[in-house]
Design a protein around this ligand. Structure first.
Ligand SMILES: *[C@@H]1O[C@H](CO)[C@@H](O)[C@H](O)[C@H]1NC(C)=O
Ligand SMILES: *[C@@H]1O[C@H](CO)[C@@H](O)[C@H](O)[C@H]1NC(C)=O
Ligand SMILES: *[C@@H]1O[C@H](CO)[C@@H](O)[C@H](O)[C@H]1NC(C)=O
Length: 950
């Protein structure tokens, strides 16, 4: 009896201990409230002690929460006002959680907050004025959200502020400066960074903003609505290194003391309304990058500083009324990479002497140069199109009389290994291992270089990144950089992939630490790349992680184990677990083989629901492709091969056959064929059938003989597309897309409209192909679907990219890019130049053909009538409008192309001319469009999970 009491006492005391350990931490309630406003907080947030129990993303000092870093956690929801109670908080980083919305709650109580970092979320509303009470603030990064209202003057009170980034929001109003009663940004004499670009700030730049006390190094005001003159006080801020005032409406003359700024290395004054003399930059001996294009300076001779600033890499003064000869000394500046002086009155003989640099690019289009002194042995890329020299018949064949296009494609090379073929969304790392990288885009707001083809510059950046991660002891195996491009704001963009070491994916802790290295500017790029910001791709997949619900059981189990009923409970749990596992296994099995209960030969069961498409046997397809002979192969890619075949009925088909290891799960396959079989329109490639047996997955399409639009535009297919044919192709593609948006049931968003996915049949009718990335618009109530951003670089709708909200207008944007491709014959991004911007730049609506002669594809037939071209350009431009709501619907696009055709005297409803007269030589041997890798990637791909052999 006595021993029984003892046991009882022990049990009681253990229970008391357990309860004592679970006394809530002081900050628990505030975090709990924070959690209730947000979804997807880490599963480790379950106990009562955020400080003792290793809550991911939480750091404590003396049992108080001092830091919350939850960047890239896929958080959604809103920030709760209870945040205020975390009075010891020093760092709050919620960056790259696109699902965080709403406004910032009052935060004035956070007297210890030094880093507030909310980059790339979806916060809106005004920046609260109480932010001025956070007197310890050092880093304030609110960039790339949707904040509205004006910059709170109270920010002027943040005397410790080092970094102020408000860029890429919707801020309006003027830049606040102090006046007796109210504070202003002029008081921030210790702040090094004013990053205010891409907003709608207006009014004059206050001259009071600047003083000689300031220690500002980066002044970024680009792409706002600022007016008035550049204040002369700017010349007092001797510490400045980067000045971007471009893309505003500044007028008047540039203050003559600007050249006091001897530390400035990047100076952008372009795209304003500046007048007066061309600025005298003599003495600015640190200058690397100068862009003063598109201003109306007084007519001026080439200024002397052109040939004296030894550090110059880049000189851009397009359309600035320069005249006279270019000095030979300019080209022997030791670091020079790019000279763009289009649309000036530069005349005489061009002599580039013996340039230092081996990769010099010189663009002097639209000038008055009548002679060129050729020197051999130098590799410069020169453009003299539209100069008198290119109008002489002897010179017109010179390479400098055509616009050449060289690519600046780069990606980090493999590290002495062969890249491996990876399944699904895994990617082969530079060390040739398949893994799920953490991905995003690095934006460099003012690189000091312009030669995007010099790969050593990326290598320097690559090494710096890798070192930064590894010195922070993060589990990073390797880093890959790719696709350098210059975007519409002249930022250099680079794709970044960070690969995990040891495993094939990062865990949560690793992700939030890597993200923090980038969001908090812990990573300091090489000086050529400063300043930068990073935007992570949404939704890193932490698959396989225990959910918070199962985790929270551990606490209960420990408590219960101490109690008497432990066995019963454990048994119950074990039973539940086993049942759960069994269900899961059943579900998994079903997903792998949805045809398990379906015999194609008996046509029993309800799946799949096919309209018109038929199920082929392996034998049938084997026969019609001559045993999948090489002679019948018309293309191949990572997924497998495409064969041409002739069915017993005589119909020509293209058969895509997935190879082992690149098949998709049965359920996806079924969904895919159901979707494809529902689509019937003469401007959409249709599915004839499929095969799903013997570990084979094949799709059978109608055969489209004349390849893709890309093949024709590039000359590969031998089909010359004149203006009339291009109009017809545009109309066909538009009708196909209109069908998908409006008439398909349910409507389909294509998501990957590009010239490679528009095929031409024997009558040159355009057909839309590849629903590889398509999304169904299931719920008619919803006007968009949120998805992981997919698509092809160059065609990707920037709004979709930023918001992840997919609507039909995303296709309209890509279609607009396609229209520009149709008239220019250029890919969307060539030589790091974005076609949308290039056309905008070249466009002058007051001139004939909008002044686009140089940019038009010569094969369009420049000598012939291009009736309607201007309207076509207008249409393309409206399709690529920044905001989806400003873009037309596909039905409106179809109507407008029909109008344009009528204007050009064509009947939009007539069939194209017949084959026999349509073709110049149809060259054989070009790769068939079906070989396009994306094309096969139907709905996320003919890619694993692998089918288990039965
Ligand atoms: C440009 O500035 C330099 C240095 O301030 C001065 O010596 C030179 O005369 C100026 N040149 C012109 C054309 O005003
Ligand atoms: C170049 O233009 C300048 C200014 O218009 C003029 O004085 C000069 O004679 C021209 N030189 C040549 C070689 O045409
Ligand atoms: C490429 O960049 C590196 C590093 O900035 C530089 O040293 C080298 O001279 C550049 N090469 C060329 C051809 O411009």
């Amino acid at each position: 009896m006595g021993s029984r009491i003892q046991v009882f006492m022990v049990v009681i005391s253990i229970q008391i201990l357990v309860i004592a350990a679970q006394q809530p931490n002081q900050d628990y309630a505030a975090l709990k409230a924070l959690m209730s406003g947000m979804k997807n907080t880490p599963p480790s947030w379950v106990s009562f002690d955020p400080c003792g129990d290793n809550w991911e993303g939480i750091t404590c000092t003396d049992s108080r929460v001092t830091s919350i870093t939850l960047a890239s956690m896929n958080l959604t929801g809103q920030l709760s006002g209870d945040l205020q109670n975390l009075s010891e908080l020093q760092t709050l980083d919620l960056s790259y959680n696109k699902g965080l919305t709403g406004s910032i709650p009052p935060i004035g109580n956070l007297k210890n907050l030094s880093n507030l970092i909310l980059i790339g979320c979806s916060f809106s509303g005004p920046i609260p004025d109480t932010i001025g009470s956070l007197t310890q603030l050092v880093f304030l990064s609110l960039n790339s959200n949707s904040f509205t209202g004006s910059i709170p003057p109270s920010i002027g009170n943040l005397s410790k502020l080092y970094w102020l980034d408000l860029a890429d929001n919707k801020l309006t109003g003027t830049i606040p400066v102090s006046n007796g009663a109210t504070p202003g940004l002029d008081m921030l004499v210790h702040t090094k960074h004013f990053h205010f670009g891409i907003n709608q700030l207006s009014g004059e730049i206050p001259s009071q903003l600047f003083s000689s006390n300031m220690t500002l190094i980066h002044l970024l005001l680009e792409n706002n609505n600022l007016t008035g003159e550049i204040p002369a006080t700017l010349g007092l801020v001797q510490s400045l290194e980067v000045v971007r005032l471009d893309r505003n409406s500044l007028n008047g003359s540039v203050p003559s003391n600007l050249n006091n700024l001897s530390h400035v290395s990047e100076l952008y004054l372009s795209n304003n309304k500046l007048t007066g003399p061309v600025p005298n930059l003599t003495g600015m001996n640190s200058l690397n990058y100068v862009d003063m294009s598109n201003n109306t300076f007084d007519i001026s001779d080439v200024p002397p500083w052109f040939s004296t600033i030894q550090s110059l890499t880049t000189l851009m003064m397009e359309q600035t009324q320069l005249q006279g000869e270019l000095p030979i000394a300019l080209f022997s500046l030791p670091q020079l990479q790019t000279v763009i002086l289009r649309k000036n009155k530069i005349n005489g003989t061009l002599d580039i002497g013996s340039p230092y640099s081996n990769q010099l690019q010189v663009d002097l289009q639209d000038n008055l140069i009548d002679a060129f002194r050729q020197r051999t042995g130098y590799n410069i890329e020169l453009i003299l199109v539209n100069n008198p020299i290119c109008k002489e018949t002897t010179a017109t064949t010179e390479p400098y009389c055509t616009i050449t296009q060289s690519n600046s494609t780069y990606s980090t090379p493999e590290n002495n290994c062969l890249p491996v073929k990876c399944s699904s969304d895994q990617i082969s790392s530079p060390n040739c291992k398949c893994a799920y990288p953490y991905m995003g885009t690095l934006f460099f707001r003012s690189p000091s270089f312009s030669n995007l083809r010099n790969t050593s510059i990326y290598e320097i950046l690559h090494n710096a990144l890798l070192e930064s991660f590894q010195s922070s002891l993060l589990p990073v195996d390797s880093v890959s950089l790719r696709n350098p491009t210059t975007n519409l704001n002249d930022y250099l963009e680079l794709r970044l992939e960070v690969f995990p070491s040891g495993q094939d994916r990062f865990n949560r802790t690793a992700i939030l630490e890597i993200a923090f290295v980038l969001s908090n500017q812990t990573f300091k790029p090489p000086p050529e790349f400063e300043p930068f910001y990073f935007i992570a791709d949404p939704s890193y997949d932490f698959a396989g992680e225990a959910s918070s619900a199962t985790n929270s059981h551990t606490g209960i189990i420990i408590g219960a184990a101490a109690g008497a009923s432990v066995l019963v409970l454990l048994l119950l749990l074990a039973g539940f677990y086993a049942f759960h596992q069994k269900k899961r296994a059943e579900r998994a099995n079903k997903q792998n083989n949805p045809f398990a209960s379906w015999d194609p030969n008996k046509n029993s069961g309800s799946i799949p629901q096919l309209k018109g498409a038929r199920c082929f046997s392996f034998e049938e397809l084997k026969k019609c492709t001559n045993n999948f002979s090489d002679a019948n192969s018309v293309g191949s890619g990572g997924y497998g091969k495409v064969y041409r075949g002739t069915l017993a009925t005589g119909q020509l088909v293209a058969i895509k056959r997935a190879q082992q290891g690149s098949m998709q799960g049965g359920l996806e396959f079924k969904t895919e064929i159901e979707l494809l079989s529902r689509v019937h329109h003469k401007n959409v490639v249709s599915l004839v059938g499929f095969c799903f047996e013997q570990c084979e997955q094949m799709l059978v399409y109608e055969f489209i003989p004349n390849g893709s639009l890309t093949d024709s535009l590039s000359g590969k297919s031998g089909i010359r597309l004149d203006w009339v044919r291009r109009l017809r192709a545009a109309l066909g593609a538009a009708r196909g897309l209109q069908y998908l948006h409006v008439h398909a049931d349910p409507p389909i968003i294509h998501r990957d409209i590009k010239s490679n996915n528009i095929l031409l049949d024997e009558r040159l009718n355009a057909k839309v192909a590849d629903f590889g990335l398509s999304k169904l618009m299931g719920d008619p109530e919803k006007s968009h679907v949120s998805t992981q951003v997919k698509g092809t670089m160059g065609y990707l709708d920037p709004e979709y990219y930023m918001t992840q909200q997919l609507t039909e207008k995303t296709d309209v944007y890509s279609f607009g890019v396609l229209l520009l491709e149709l008239i220019t014959g250029r890919g969307p991004i060539e030589k790091g130049k974005y076609i949308v911007r290039e056309v905008k730049r070249a466009m002058d609506k007051t001139k004939d053909l909008y002044n686009l002669h140089e940019i038009l594809d010569p094969a369009i037939g420049l000598a012939t009538s291009l009736k309607g071209l201007e309207k076509f350009v207008d249409l393309a431009m409206s399709c690529v409008a920044e905001s989806g709501t400003d873009r037309p619907t596909m039905s409106e696009v179809v109507k407008e192309i029909e109008n344009i055709m009528q204007l050009a005297g064509l009947n939009p409803n007539a069939e194209s001319a017949s084959t026999s007269v349509s073709y110049e030589s149809t060259s054989k041997g070009f790769e068939h469009p079906y070989s396009n890798e994306n094309l096969f990637a139907y709905s996320g791909g003919f890619v694993p999970p692998k089918l288990e052999p039965q």
